[in-house]
Design a protein around this ligand. Structure first.
Ligand code: AMP
Length: 294
């Protein structure tokens, strides 16, 4: 099948009127929000979007407000042409919405005075380590929903906290968008694909397998009946500290969908085990959603 040409939209007004016309024609819109720098994980989300509606919009926008001071906003990979070509080859999008920063933040990001925030679900995991990050994410996702008018949005479970926060955003603000979580796409040795993996040197890349190994060990322990979060945290910490290149930021065990620490794991509950680990300046996250046995 010949991969078809992707429609590229750069303005908010055009995106909204195009989405309105699709809706008038009875088409269902699926949105895959991304920041570009696409890899096979993003492409898997986009191709799976085909199963959830009949017009796939992939948004590509490096959102300034979700980067904290000292993070890699300026260096974040930007290559719209390459991203569009990847999507075209995979037949992964009908439309790419790639607004400029001044389209989504008229004036400047500093001029933004209405924000979307969710303190309870941001309190743990990445929240304390990335001040303002989830406020930036939720605010830009609200904007993207208002521009693209999706019926469904596909989010990667690699960013599980973000997935639960966006699900809560749609619930609490009545967006009426169905949120679908896509499983994490991994390299052969288990490392979750991320545009930041390219910044690991060969030694760090080899040692980064401890990230996946730690959450896999925690998942297996829960499935084998372990009920103590502190035992699980210690298990994950031990595995990560086997790597001398790794610097553990957190290893946590929280309930879902509220993302709160648990004292003991309730039989039958869904648990999120999650870690963040730095290798030099490269910060990697990973997680597993686990069904505790009865
Ligand atoms: P990003 O551009 O990195 O913000 O990611 C855009 C979307 O792709 C988010 O929903 C991420 O969770 C998702 N994503 C990124 N990496 C992966 C991966 N390895 N597997 C599945 N989804 C991913």
């Amino acid at each position: 099948m010949q991969a078809k040409v992707i429609k590229l939209i750069r303005s908010v007004a055009e995106m909204r009127s195009y989405a309105q016309s699709l809706r008038r024609d009875g088409r269902t819109i699926v949105l895959v929000p991304t920041m570009g720098g696409l890899h096979a994980g993003h492409v898997a989300l986009a191709t799976s979007a085909r199963n959830h509606g009949d017009h796939v919009v992939v948004s590509i926008f490096v959102n300034p407000t979700q980067f904290s001071a000292g993070e890699d906003y300026a260096e974040y990979p930007r290559n719209l042409q390459r991203d569009c070509e990847m999507l075209r080859r995979a037949n992964g999008a009908d439309t790419v919405f790639a607004p400029t920063a001044s389209e989504l933040y008229p004036g400047s990001p500093q001029a933004q005075s209405v924000w979307v925030d969710c303190e309870p679900l941001s309190r743990h995991l990445c929240g304390p380590h990335r001040p303002g990050h989830f406020r930036g994410v939720l605010t830009v996702v609200a904007k993207l929903f208002n521009c693209c008018l999706p019926h469904t949005a596909i989010l990667g479970l690699k960013d599980a906290q973000q997935y639960f926060l966006i699900w809560k955003l749609t619930e609490d603000l009545c967006f009426g968008v169905r949120i679908v979580g896509h499983p994490t796409v991994r390299a052969n040795d288990g490392l979750a694909l991320s545009s930041r993996n390219a910044y690991l040197n060969a030694d760090q890349r080899a040692q980064s397998v401890v990230v996946f190994e730690s959450i896999t060990a925690a998942r297996r322990a829960i499935e084998n009946g372990e009920r103590s979060p502190s035992v699980l945290r210690t298990l994950m910490e031990q595995i990560i500290t086997e790597s001398d290149a790794a610097c553990l930021q957190y290893a946590e065990v929280v309930s879902t969908p509220d993302l709160q620490p648990v004292e003991t794991i309730t039989p039958g509950s869904q648990i999120l085990v999650a870690v963040a680990v730095c290798f030099g300046t490269v910060r990697l996250i990973d997680n597993a959603l686990v069904q505790a046995p009865y």
